[in-house]
Design a protein around this ligand. Structure first.
Ligand SMILES: C[S@@+](CC[C@H](N)C(=O)[O-])C[C@H]1O[C@@H](n2cnc3c(N)ncnc32)[C@H](O)[C@@H]1O
Length: 263
C-alpha cells in the first residue's frame, strides 16, 4: 500500500486516517479508564445503607429510644462507611446509654467485635460480639486498661460526656491503641457552644483549634504559633485526613503513635 503505487495524495489520506484512529483509540482508552475509576469510587455499600435506612425509617430503634443518633449523624456515618470503605474488626464506642448504637455497629459490621465504655452502664443480656465496660472516659488508666483488653481499634466513636476536656483525654490516650488507618470520630461538637452555667459545663472548644492546626500542617505552614493543647500537638502528624459533619469530626490516623510506657 505504501509501495511505489501509492500516490502522494493517497499517503496523505492514509496518514490522516491513522491519526484519526489513534485519537479515537486514545479517547476510548481514556473513557474506559475514567469509567473504571468512577465505578471504584462509587462502589456502593447497599446492604449497609439499607440496614441504616430500615433502622431509622421504620423507627424500630428510635421508637424504643435505644439509638441516640440523629438522621444527620447517621448520614455522616453513611458517608464514612462509603467513603472509607469501612470494614472495621474492632470498634469502641464511648457512651452506651441504651446500647442501640452498639447494636447498630454490629448490624453494619457483623464481623466486628464491638465494645462500649460507659460511666453508668445499664445494659444486661448483651448479644454475642458486644461487650460493655464500666469506666470514665476522662480516666487515662481506665482507657488504657480497656484498650489493652479490647484493642487495638479500627473505629472509635466518642459519644460519651461531650465535655471537651474528656474528649481530649480520650483521644490522646486512645490514639495509641489504634490500628493504622483507623477512624476516630468525635460526636456532638456543638455542645461546647452551649452557654456555661447549664447542667453540664462542656468547657472550651479544643477541636476547632485542632482542625485548624491539622489543616495548617497539610499546607506546610508553621503550626507552633497556633494555640493548641500541648498533648494534642504531637498527634498532628498522625492525622492523614479529616471528615466533618455538622456536629461530628472524623480523624483518620495513618500510623498511630507508639503506646506510652505502661510503667
Ligand atoms: C449520648 S449517650 C450515648 C448514646 C449512644 N452512643 C447511642 O448512640 O445510642 C451518652 C452516654 O455517655 C455516658 N457518659 C457520660 N459521661 C461519661 C464519662 N465521663 N465516661 C464514660 N461515659 C460517660 C452516659 O452514661 C450516657 O450513657
Amino acid at each position: 500500500m505504501f509501495g511505489p503505487f501509492a500516490t502522494p495524495s493517497e499517503v496523505r489520506r492514509l496518514r490522516g486516517e491513522l491519526k484519526a484512529a489513534r485519537s479515537l483509540a486514545t479517547r476510548l482508552l481514556q473513557s474506559k479508564l475514567a469509567e473504571a475509576l468512577a465505578a471504584q469510587m462509587l462502589r456502593r455499600h447497599t446492604r449497609d445503607f439499607e440496614a441504616l435506612q430500615e433502622f431509622v425509617e421504620k423507627g424500630v430503634l428510635s421508637r424504643a429510644a435505644i439509638v441516640h443518633k440523629t438522621e444527620d449523624s447517621l448520614a455522616f456515618y453513611r458517608r464514612l462507611i462509603r467513603g472509607y470503605d469501612l470494614a472495621p474488626e474492632r470498634i469502641l464506642e464511648i457512651g452506651v446509654k441504651g446500647g442501640g448504637s452498639l447494636l447498630l455497629w454490629r448490624a453494619l459490621f457483623p464481623q466486628a467485635r464491638v465494645v462500649g465504655l460507659d460511666i453508668k452502664p445499664t445494659l444486661k443480656d448483651l448479644p454475642e460480639g458486644i461487650a460493655v465496660v464500666r469506666g470514665d472516659q476522662s480516666d487515662p488508666k481506665a482507657l488504657k486498661r480497656l484498650a489493652r483488653n479490647h484493642g487495638p481499634f479500627d473505629l472509635v466513636i466518642d459519644d460519651g460526656s461531650h465535655v471537651s476536656e474528656h474528649q481530649r483525654i480520650s483521644f490522646v490516650t486512645l490514639s495509641r491503641y489504634l490500628r493504622p488507618g483507623a477512624l476516630y470520630v468525635i460526636e456532638d461538637l456543638h455542645t461546647v457552644a452551649k452557654p456555661a452555667g447549664g447542667e453540664v459545663d462542656y468547657g472550651a472548644d479544643v477541636w476547632g483549634d485542632f482542625v485548624r492546626a491539622v489543616f495548617w500542617r497539610f499546607q506546610k505552614r508553621p503550626v507552633e504559633e497556633l494555640p493548641l493543647h500541648e498533648s494534642l500537638r504531637p498527634l498532628l502528624r498522625h492525622v492523614t485526613d479529616m471528615t466533618m459533619g455538622r456536629r461530628q469530626l472524623a480523624l483518620r490516623i495513618g500510623e498511630p503513635p507508639e503506646p506510652v510506657d505502661e510503667g
